[in-house]
Design a protein around this ligand. Structure first.
Ligand code: V55
Ligand code: FE
Length: 501
């Protein structure tokens, strides 16, 4: 086999390694198919008319590299289609180049996470498309931040092909966290390591609702760090850099893409959203920490930018340690909910200490996307609070591992400071919620959360439907009778959006 692989390729294994990320609930699922008319406990609100799409990393074949992390699995898309109180389920892998060639070869060919020098063959595009599934301009985009998206048919989940936006995509990469402007319907996005592995180049772009690239700005980051999520306001774009650093020589030697660097600050790039030059970017700094997913950002009347997100001083990606091999105990990683107030015009590049808006350990924040880029009053997120009554005795033996764990959902009213908590049950862990408004003109935050839940007593996945006006219990629990692994991101696409086209 001609390729980059430097050693002797080990024979193909028919079993997954006995490691936490391949054990218990994390055993690869690998199921493709459909189940119609899922069993429902309770009543699905009739207002829910649309599809909840989500993606999970799910390796098609056992890896030939050691200790392959959760993040390196092949992207598998789940669709839950809601109509008239009924839910149909469908699941399909993204037909990436890697997936197709591995199926032909009947074995893993891709090597380590984001290290092409460890592959068994040379790929044109080696992405797993495993991080987000996002509806834009009539197609689903299955995205991982190391490559362009793959376009999928929203109805059949069939892969249409790699999406370079008719040749307009200027960057080799595309963020897994693009943002839609709810007013202009533009897609605002970027790629980092945009000129190839280990390059400090970031390419910022805006795409019109019908798919034309408008703004394109190339900027240079102060370090080759991980820019997983970002934030957009009416007039500004923010790029937070996680201090996980890429070194091209380490990659060439077959090492990890990322290494935690406790000496690198959190850089926050601030760029004018429209009409900017690359040199207009300002790189603000905060002390070393791990900035998590962006809730949202918006501007105040006096021209400041508010940016809410989880933040922890620990390396959340504990499977990529620092140069000395140090990584935190996963159970010690707790992110607080913070608010940065940024003056984009400031000449002092040290950011003021952010305000802690919630001390509970939280991640995967979501808002009512109708207020994106403007002031949000409500946010919804995953929380871990062991005091809520999780039965770790039941869960621990079948948990597997290699990913963060959250046992509840939070709803923070940012105006009153009130926190509400939804607890799905003592043998349950939650994935990322999505918010669905009750109606087109419902007030901000009035609607439903749809969340995929892992039940470790039944070893099956469930969808919980929670009314944001009543966090005491779920309105409906949809039983899947299948075990889906820990996933990353999902989105709701309302039937009205399909109908509008
Ligand atoms: C993340 C996930 C990824 C990745 C980089 O959640 C960052 C963050 C599933 O893959 O490659
Ligand atoms: Fe993410």
């Amino acid at each position: 086999m001609a390729g980059h692989f430097r050693g002797t390729l080990p024979p193909a294994s028919k079993s997954f390694p006995s490691l936490p990320q391949f054990s218990g609930f994390m055993k690869p699922c690998r199921f493709e198919g459909e189940v119609h008319h899922l069993e429902v406990r309770g009543t699905i609100p009739p207002e829910l008319d649309g599809t909840f799409y989500r993606v999970m990393p799910d390796p098609q074949f056992p890896p030939f590299v050691d200790n392959d992390p959760w993040f390196n699995g092949d992207g598998s898309i789940s669709a839950f289609r809601f109509h008239n109180g009924n839910v149909n389920f469908q699941q399909k892998y993204v037909r990436t180049e890697k997936f197709i060639r591995e199926r032909e070869a009947q074995r893993a060919l891709g090597g380590k996470y984001r290290n092409k020098y460890t592959d068994a063959v040379e790929f044109k595009i080696r992405t797993t498309a495993n991080t987000n599934i996002f509806y834009f301009n009539k197609v689903l985009l299955a995205i991982k931040e190391d490559a362009p998206p793959y376009a999928l048919d929203p109805v059949t989940l069939e892969t249409i092909g790699l999406c370079d936006f008719d040749g307009q995509l200027p960057s080799l990469t595309f963020t897994a966290h693009p943002k839609v402007d709810p007013i202009t319907k533009e897609l605002v996005a970027f790629g980092y390591e945009a000129r190839g592995d280990g390059t400090p180049d970031v390419c910022y772009y805006t795409i019109s609702p019908d798919g034309k690239f408008t703004e394109v700005v190339w900027i240079v980051a102060p370090v080759v760090g991980l820019i997983h999520d970002f934030a957009v306001t009416e007039n500004w774009v923010l790029f937070p850099i996680i201090p996980q650093i890429c070194d091209i020589d380490r990659l060439k030697q077959g090492g990890e893409h990322w290494q935690w660097d406790p000496k690198v600050p959190v850089y926050l790039g601030v760029l004018p959203r429209r009409g900017a030059k690359g040199s207009d970017v300002k790189w603000f700094r905060a002390p070393n920490a791990f900035p998590g997913h962006s809730t949202n950002a918006y501007e105040t009347p006096d021209g400041k930018v508010i940016f809410d997100l989880p933040l922890t001083d620990k390396n959340v990606f504990f499977w990529w340690p620092d140069a000395e091999g140090n990584a935190p105990d996963p159970e010690s990683i707790k992110a607080e909910y913070v608010r940065f107030t940024i003056d984009p015009k400031a000449t002092d590049l040290e950011l003021p200490t952010p305000e802690v808006i919630l001390q509970s350990d939280m991640e995967f924040p979501r808002i009512d996307d109708r207020v994106a880029m403007t002031r949000h009053r409500h946010s919804f997120f995953d929380m871990m609070d062991p005091k809520l009554g999780t039965d770790f005795g039941v869960i621990a033996p079948v948990l597997g591992g290699g990913h963060p764990l959250y046992n509840s959902l939070g709803h923070l009213d940012h105006e009153t400071g009130k926190l509400e908590v939804y607890f799905p049950g003592p043998t349950h862990m939650v994935q990322e919620p999505v918010f669905v408004p009750r109606s087109t003109d419902a007030p901000e935050g009035d609607g439903f959360l749809v969340v995929l839940v892992s039940n470790y007593a039944t070893m099956s996945s469930e969808l919980h439907i929670v009314d944001t006006q009543d966090f005491s219990s779920a309105k409906a629990i949809v039983l899947l009778n299948l075990r889906l692994r820990a996933g990353l991101h999902g989105n709701w696409v309302d039937a009205k959006e399909f109908a509008a086209e």
